[in-house]
Design a protein around this ligand. Sequence first.
Ligand code: HPA
Length: 242
Amino acid sequence: MSVHINAKKGDFAKVLLMPGDPVRATWIAHTFLKDYKEVCDVRGMLGYTGFTKNGKRISVMASGMGQPSIGIYSYELYSQYNVETIIRVGTCGAFQKFVNTKDIIIAQTASTDFNWMTDFTLDGTYSAGADFEVLKAAVEEAKKCKSVKTHVGNIFSEGRFYHFSGNSKEPWWKGWEKIGTLGCEMESYALYCNAAVLRKRALGMFTVSDHFQKPGILSSDERAKGLKNMIEIAIRVAEKFA
Ligand code: HPA
């Protein structure tokens, strides 16, 4: 057991898919894995290990919301359970007009307004990036999926969901849009930093669930269907690192 995970050593596979929501972790195990077993349940943060239809052993575990939460679980999985690769599979909001809801965004890099890296005395700003091999595999697999459009680039891992813009003339996200950042979520920066510090692999990919410049938000049905495309891609990637 680690501080926040009640699994035994060896219970997790080398590669792990990480949605934010524990219900989604159960759905992924149930829908995509054979012979899976629940390996942890502390605070309802459910984790499972099983086999893909091609017989590759993979795990899935929820991260909860935000960088503090994914920071705890990914650190313990990497450092105490020998997990080598974590693929975050989540949703995000989109900033750019050329992106639509239901598209997939793959985070080559992550930016943040959160103070994750202040622990490290660096004489500069750390650029958090995905593992190149996992990123390459994900882009290749996503391009094969003709029914969904994929974008690759920078994501903003915001430290808070609700922003109070004060006297600013522009909405808070405008600067990120201008600099080309594709959208926002709340976890990948911390995940990439943990992977960097522990010399492991990480990637974040997201179904666009809402848009800052276009109306409409995905219904729970559309969300599930969009996620299904992305999880199929993520599983094919995970198999390469199993
Ligand atoms: N912000 C943060 N996280 C998100 C969003 C968002 O707009 N959409 C989905 N996850």
